[in-house]
Design a protein around this ligand. Structure first.
Ligand code: FE
Ligand code: FE
Ligand code: ZN
Length: 287
């Protein structure tokens, strides 16, 4: 089944119900949200009665809570431990974020592996592994999904081999997975026009069973640019047909596909983009 949705807002007042209503207005059957602003750590208390109401409404609309994704805030950086208090804060905040997801019943939490900021990839990976093992708890249902990164600055997780090393170090493999991001893959140097080859490589290095979410974005930049600037579907260097191939790839069936494309002026493009994707027909009038 095609699971298609987008990033949506999560308000402190209407929480999951508000996010669901936005997703429904886009014609989505999945969605992703940050439990607060992506850039800060201010978080409201999860209201169980709202969650319950939202889950009921999801069922009425044939949506499953297990297909809903949460994205951890950007300020978490598990890769650099030079500033010990910052590193500890990242670990503590991620642990709290996992608990918030548990409280709502969210299964998948997407995380940027982190930036080493000068200490090197090897040290950075050691720090990420240590932190993840510190965060994960035995009775935890949440699976942390490491996102494939564009390789901007000193980002770790740009190549499958790096993600593989991290996963190898995580004690409990049932609590770790991967989120593929098409813009990031392109900017990292992977050719989306040869997506089957990318999946073959991923399968050989990590194993396709680790993929639980796909971020579908076009890119403003050429393959290997290491930039990370998202573009609307069909308006970037990856192109509409290549993204359609990713979205409808049988090897990724039933895995949530989430749009994180830029707004057009004041307006979210998601209703139109989801329509394009469902019709498999490019809309050249979107922007
Ligand atoms: Fe991300
Ligand atoms: Fe992403
Ligand atoms: Zn990005």
């Amino acid at each position: 089944m095609l699971l298609i949705g987008s990033h949506v807002n999560f308000g402190s007042k209407d929480q999951l119900l508000g996010s669901l209503n936005i997703a429904l207005s886009y014609g989505a059957n999945t969605f992703m949200f940050y439990t607060g602003a992506p850039q800060n750590t201010l978080r409201s208390k999860i209201d169980d009665s709202i969650t319950k109401e939202a889950i009921l409404k999801m069922e009425e609309n044939n949506m499953k809570l297990e297909n809903i994704i949460v994205h951890a805030p950007y300020i978490i950086n598990l890769a650099n431990n030079k500033d010990e208090s910052k590193y500890d804060f990242s670990i503590r905040f991620l642990k709290e974020e996992v608990k918030r997801c548990e409280k709502i019943g969210i299964k998948y939490l997407v995380l940027h592996p982190g930036s080493h900021v000068g200490i090197g990839v090897e040290e950075g990976i050691i720090n990420i592994i240590y932190a993840l093992n510190k965060v994960n708890e035995e009775n935890q249902n949440v699976i942390i999904l490491l996102e494939t990164m564009a390789g901007k600055g000193t980002e770790i997780g740009t190549y499958f081999e790096q993600l593989k090393t991290i996963i190898d170090g995580v004690n409990d493999k049932t609590k770790i997975g991967v989120c593929l991001d098409t813009c990031h893959l392109n900017d990292a140097g992977y050719d989306i026009s040869n997506f089957e080859q990318i999946l073959d490589d991923f399968d050989k290095i990590i194993g396709l069973s680790y993929v639980h979410c796909v971020h579908v974005n076009d890119s403003k930049n050429e393959i290997g640019a290491h930039k990370d600037r998202h573009e609307n579907i069909g308006y970037g260097t990856i192109g509409f047909n290549n993204l359609i191939n990713v979205i409808y790839c049988p090897r990724l069936d039933n895995i949530p596909k989430i749009l994180e494309t830029p707004w057009i002026g004041e307006n979210p493009p998601y209703k139109e983009e989801i329509e394009m994707i469902r019709n498999k027909k490019f809309n050249s009038k979107l922007k």
